[in-house]
Design a protein around this ligand. Structure first.
Ligand code: UDP
Ligand code: MG
Length: 316
């Protein structure tokens, strides 16, 4: 176990590849002359990922594991890991080798040389992804930038933290957490390392398009209240439109010209109805968030813990 660095790895249904991938990470670190502890968080996998992890931990004293009581999502899994880190540094990475371990040495060097509190991996290329996934991601980053003023294009969860930055992340009290957004919001001294995303080792992404859309919505709602101003902007547009149309109608009335009105009335009603429902929908989304947060439920429950504090430094 390293006294310096803990690597947090969330894993969900990764039975086929988890052992192999963690061993690849270990081999790379040992080639680079680095020592680390591994804290792998099983995010309520429905396959035997936990079994694989316990076998891995039996073999390697540097491996600790947490098992969440159900699938809470990657963000909660990362925070579950953060709560258990005993070392001054921690690195978060995916279990599928899309965050290539060959960059870890450089990230540590950047932190050492620049005195940064956070070193972020920034995606230069995105690896193999479906077109649908790419489009949803692109649209989300655009919308998020526009609404929240935070440009996350290229941002990843491949990040290295020192104790100060970790401490800050633990301070957040909200139940629904968007890791990348909170890291950005917390500030501190950031440095980046550009990296190429490798192809996924394992079956396809755990994020279906629908899950990705829900995720994007969660991230936006928890970082911006700008959409709540949209009904206001729509109302302003309607006021201007209303005054213009009202003027035309009155002009028609007084000059005796009947305006061909039925289609106009139907269209106006439909547009107005849609916009009112849209506005109500936005308010509903925020109300739902307030409802969820007001309950102050725990972010996750840990079902099983295998934390090692005993292994000597440098061991894998
Ligand atoms: N993951 C998780 N919980 C989930 C979904 C994913 O812990 O509910 C983990 C997954 O096992 C992997 C990482 O998060 O280690 C990234 O997942 P994935 O590769 O499927 O996502 P993508 O690379 O497409 O963003
Ligand atoms: Mg992946």
């Amino acid at each position: 176990m390293s006294n310096e660095l803990t690597i947090i790895i969330p894993a969900f249904n990764e039975v086929k590849t988890i052992q192999r991938n963690i061993k690849t990470i270990m081999a790379q670190l040992s080639d680079d002359g680095l020592a680390a502890s591994y804290l792998i968080v099983d995010d309520g996998s429905r396959d035997d990922t936990w079994g694989e992890l316990t076998r891995l931990a039996a073999e390697h004293s540097s491996v600790s594991c947490l098992r969440l009581s159900r699938n809470y999502g990657k963000e909660a899994a990362i925070f579950a890991g953060l709560a258990e880190v005993p070392t001054p540094l921690c690195l978060v990475m995916d279990s599928d080798l899309q965050h290539p371990p060959r960059y870890i040495k450089e990230m540590l060097a950047i932190m050492r040389e620049t005195g940064a509190d956070v070193v972020e991996g920034v995606k230069l290329s995105r690896g193999r992804e479906t077109l649908k996934y790419k489009l949803v991601a692109k649209f989300f980053y655009r919308a998020f930038h526009w609404l929240c003023g935070i440009n996350l294009d290229g941002a990843s969860d491949f990040k290295l933290f020192n104790r100060k930055a970790m401490g800050a992340l633990k301070e957040f009290r909200e139940g629904t957490v968007f890791f990348r957004g909170l890291v950005h919001w917390a500030g501190f001294k950031h440095e980046t390392l550009a990296f190429h995303v490798d192809n996924r080792e394992g079956d396809k992404s755990r994020f279906s398009t629908w899950r990705l859309i829900r995720f994007a919505l969660m991230a936006t709602l928890s970082h911006s209240s700008q959409p709540l101003l949209l009904p206001f902007a729509l109302a302003a547009v309607f006021w201007v439109g209303g005054i213009l149309l009202g003027g035309i109608a009155l002009y028609g009335y007084f000059t005796g010209i009947a305006i061909s009105g039925f289609t106009t009335v139907i269209l106006l009603l439909l547009i107005q109805g849609a916009l009112i429902l849209f506005s109500l929908g936005i308010i509903g989304l925020y109300l739902a968030r307030i409802y969820d947060e007001a309950k102050r439920r725990p972010r996750f429950f840990v079902m099983e813990k295998m934390i090692r504090h005993d292994a000597p430094s440098g061991q894998t």
